[in-house]
Design a protein around this ligand. Structure first.
Ligand code: XIL
Length: 382
């Protein structure tokens, strides 16, 4: 009797080992070797959220556009929809022949938006009102003049792209750095005073921008977008943003049928020391506001550079740690997928990333799959 039991037990163990080994074998067989054989990321996350990446004019008609099209179903112009790309550099002598740039023959942004839509992807608009990459004449003058400029700019641009751009970062990076938790109670006092919009108009430039955008294109989903929104001890920024969105949506609960601010974009420029837990705390907190969440500019810096406090070089260990970090983040995104509408990466590959020296993206500079790519494709295996 004892012997029979032992025999059965050994059979069980043998069967288990065989199935695990064969399972690993299948997985390895299954491991894609290149971007064009790997299962599209957009299909993996089809039932969770849109998957996005950046696009620039030079990508059109190249392998970069093919990569974008295979793995992503959403695109954000890395620079070409910013005010300095759309508005003229100086005030046109004949007033405002809007949309000014659009009538020019080298109209890059129209080509991008049309190619993205023709490929069946969704275009996200980045960004309308920001303290950077904005021609100074737009923000020069007294409150009345600059407010009129803001309203005209937002109205004209959102109207122009109506139906071709599904969502907008209406205001970008309005909160200043170095906020403490106690600052956050009064969100208006947390706004960066180095914004020329703030200086000319005052703190209500935020709601004015959202009101103009909602009125011009009621269907577009309107985001407030910012960086450092993960809840690290001592970082008051996520709470200041929480309070701002809560206050504005309480005061404007029904503009064209819904609260004024539809969502919060968490830029998510992370590095190896970012804790996934600090990201989840913020996601859970923003969910309580009843708004959508977009992970809007994700990258994870994995080696030292001027932009981070890392000291390590780029090597296999860094690549592995980066992959684990991406996997942990995506496990969190999946757990809250009902509230996350889009995850956009800020860079297709390490060659052209804005922070290329820290190797922050999913593909190496030759478009080879990094461990980070495999981690995003199968986060539960990490
Ligand atoms: C960056 C672009 O990636 C760079 O090419 C450009 O030189 C500067 O802007 N937050 C944002 C993005 O909202 O617009 C920034 O993009 C990165 C930080």
């Amino acid at each position: 009797m004892m012997k029979k039991k032992r025999f059965l037990f050994s059979l069980l163990i043998a069967g288990f080992l065989a199935s695990t080994l064969s399972c690993n074998f299948v997985l390895e067989e299954d491991e894609a070797t290149a971007w064009n054989t790997a299962k599209p990321l957009k299909d993996i996350y089809n039932y969770n959220f849109l998957m996005g990446n950046v696009i620039s004019p030079g990508d059109l008609g190249t392998v970069r556009f093919s990569i974008l099209k295979r793995h992503y179903n959403s695109a954000t112009a890395e620079n070409d929809m910013k005010p300095d790309a759309i508005a003229p550099g100086s005030k046109p002598a004949d007033g405002w022949p809007w949309p000014y740039r659009y009538t020019q023959t080298d109209n890059k942004i129209d080509k991008i938006v049309d190619a993205v839509n023709a490929a069946g992807m969704k275009m996200h608009g980045h960004t309308l009102i920001w303290h950077r990459q904005t021609p100074s004449w737009l923000t020069t003058g007294n409150r009345e003049t600059v407010l009129a400029n803001l309203e005209k700019y937002v109205t004209d641009v959102t109207t122009y792209f109506e139906g071709r751009v599904i969502s907008w970062d209406v205001v970008n990076e309005a909160m200043r750095d170095g906020l403490s938790a106690s600052d956050a109670g009064n969100w208006r006092s947390c706004l960066r005073t180095d914004s020329p919009w703030y200086r000319a108009i005052g703190s209500d430039y935020i709601e004015k921008a959202f009101l103009a955008a909602r009125k011009a294109d009621p269907k577009a989903i309107l985001f407030y977008n910012d960086y450092n929104l993960n809840s690290n001890t001592g970082n008051g920024k996520p709470e200041a943003v929480f309070n701002m969105v809560k206050d504005i949506n309480t005061r404007y609960p029904n503009v064209e049928g819904r609260p004024l601010i539809d969502g919060i974009g968490m830029q998510s420029h992370h590095h190896l020391n970012t804790t996934p837990q600090s990201v989840e705390v913020s996601i859970k907190s923003f969910i309580k506001l009843g708004v959508k969440i977009a992970i809007s500019e994700m990258d994870i810096m994995a080696s030292k550079s001027d932009d981070n406090n890392l000291t390590n070089e780029w090597n296999e260990d860094a690549a592995q740690r980066q992959a684990e970090k991406y996997a942990a983040m995506f496990r969190i995104f999946k757990n809250h997928a009902g509230y996350i509408s889009r995850v956009t990466f800020w860079g297709l590959d390490d060659g052209k990333s804005w922070r290329a020296s820290s190797h922050p993206t999913l593909l190496d500079k030759n478009y080879g799959l990094k461990p980070a790519f495999r981690a995003v494709a199968k986060p539960d295996n990490y």
